[in-house]
Design a protein. Structure first.
Length: 465
């Protein structure tokens, strides 16, 4: 490993719903990711990277805090129990900037902690639509009829997000940490960008059938699935093009050689491989296997096939810039793999909800809490994958022979299943050892009371004359 320079920057690019098998460099037949592929060929390409959760909030909790989602009673707030890598970098005098605009990554839940500038959807709504109007009511009515949520048209697409990032880069002081999260592949949030080959009517009808299938848990026809994949590909192409523009701007500012560039995803997406579309609820490969590319100025290009977890991403970032990780970080630096050391975190992924048992979400209080009665945990080791569930039959897959998880071997490979189940039980007990302290519960209650009082809009009564 070459000696690190001082004041190296970090650019974290995350793409919503981007599956690992959608990269052309990974064998996808359509050339949808030329810029990401180029970055992978020039950097460290981790072919077996796994998200810690199949949906956005718990995934980023793990990415940013290097903790597991089900710890602290499933509380996903970044306010009390978890420390963000951004706070560590800020303490080390980094200039920190975040552009997310995701409705589940709000300042209210602590995702803005440590950022000098953090732009989320709340700020966008207030800036562009400061008051609730009759127009909002009409949009809600039309959304219900068409099966498309028109509110999400206010979310920035990849072009708008990239423009903001480039404007920031023009004025950034070094060293900086910039996180940009592209939402476009997520169906609901950027639906207005209609791809070539689709007219508005066809697109709206497909969206309506998709929403109905989600609501009724019914199956779509093969033609609809192919169309959904085609639309998803077109959005990935668009995001990839914007990533290319962002990297070009870095190059124009002579920042490429002083910047660690990371590309990954929060989770994947389902196209009925296991009888469902969208994501959440399940722990199959299409939802957890994500891209991970790290292009760093002091490492030669390399392909790493060892299974890795995104819980190790923040410790890796700190290692890259020469900052000691805090004791609260559970993960380890992935740079250890380049030293032929296999001492990285075991691959566990978690979920805390099912179709019928939902998490607790209260946006006004800034609360997102997983349902501990609906725990699902998967463990990947030596080509095997074990899925534990509080509510369903456990599953075991041989990923080497069955990468698409079609044959459950839970009753055929009892020794393997028993050993992996023991590891999962140990993991659950480890998570359970991290509870909210009484002080943390009091702080949370005080915060909730302040929110409730503010919501009441208590006014002093006027004096009688």
């Amino acid at each position: 490993m070459t000696r690190r320079k001082k004041d190296e920057n970090v650019l974290l690019i995350t793409v919503d719903c981007l599956r690992a098998d959608r990269l052309s460099i990974s064998g996808y037949p359509r050339n949808v990711t030329p810029n990401i592929d180029r970055l992978a060929s020039e950097g460290l390409f981790f072919t077996q990277a796994y998200s810690v959760s199949p949906w956005t909030t718990p995934s980023f909790v793990s990415i940013l805090s290097s903790t597991y989602p089900l710890m602290f009673d499933g509380d996903l707030s970044m306010q009390a129990n978890r420390t963000s890598v951004v706070e560590i970098l800020k303490h080390a005098r980094y200039h920190t900037f975040g552009l997310t605009y995701h409705p589940y990554l709000l300042k209210a839940t602590g995702f803005g902690n440590g950022f000098d500038i953090y732009r989320d959807i709340t700020e966008t709504f207030q800036r562009k639509y400061p008051r609730h109007t009759i127009r909002d009511e009409f949009e809600n009515f039309v959304s219900h009829i068409l099966g498309i949520d028109l509110r999400w048209r206010r979310i920035y697409d990849a072009a708008q997000l990239t423009r903001e990032a480039i404007e920031l880069i023009d004025d950034l002081e070094k060293p900086f940490f910039l996180w940009i999260h592209y939402l476009d592949p997520h169906w609901d949030y950027t639906f207005w960008r209609i791809p070539n080959g689709f007219n508005m009517i066809r697109y709206i009808l497909l969206s309506s059938r998709r929403r109905r299938a989600l609501k009724t848990r019914s199956l779509l026809g093969d033609k609809d699935i192919k169309d959904l994949i085609k639309i998803n590909d077109s959005k990935i192409v668009f995001v990839d093009r914007m990533i290319g523009q962002l990297l070009h701007s870095l190059s124009n500012h002579n920042l490429i050689d002083d910047t660690h560039i990371i590309v990954t995803a929060d989770h994947g997406d389902g196209f009925q491989e296991h009888g469902y579309i969208h994501h959440e609820y399940y722990l199959y490969q299409e939802l957890l296997h994500v891209p991970l590319i790290i292009k760093t100025p002091f490492e030669k290009p390399s392909v790493i096939d060892h299974p890795v977890s995104l819980i190790d991403l923040s410790p890796t970032i700190l290692d890259l810039v020469g900052i000691k990780k805090p004791s609260s970080f559970l993960g380890k630096s992935l740079m250890l793999l380049l030293q032929n050391k296999k001492d990285v975190s075991a691959v566990f992924s978690e979920e805390g909800q099912t179709i019928h048992l939902k998490p607790e979400i209260d946006w006004k209080k800034g609360t997102i809490r997983l349902n501990l009665n609906a725990k699902q945990i998967c463990y990947i080791n030596s080509g095997w994958k074990y899925i534990y569930s509080d509510t369903n039959q456990h599953e075991l897959y041989n990923l080497t022979q069955d990468p698409f998880e079609k044959k459950n071997l839970i009753n055929d490979e009892r020794v393997v299943a028993s050993n992996m189940r023991d590891a999962v039980i140990d993991h659950i007990q480890f998570n359970n050892s991290f509870k909210q302290t009484e002080r943390q519960r009091v702080r949370e209650r005080i915060k909730n009371l302040r929110t409730e009082i503010k919501a009441l809009r208590i006014e002093r009564p006027s004096k009688r004359l």
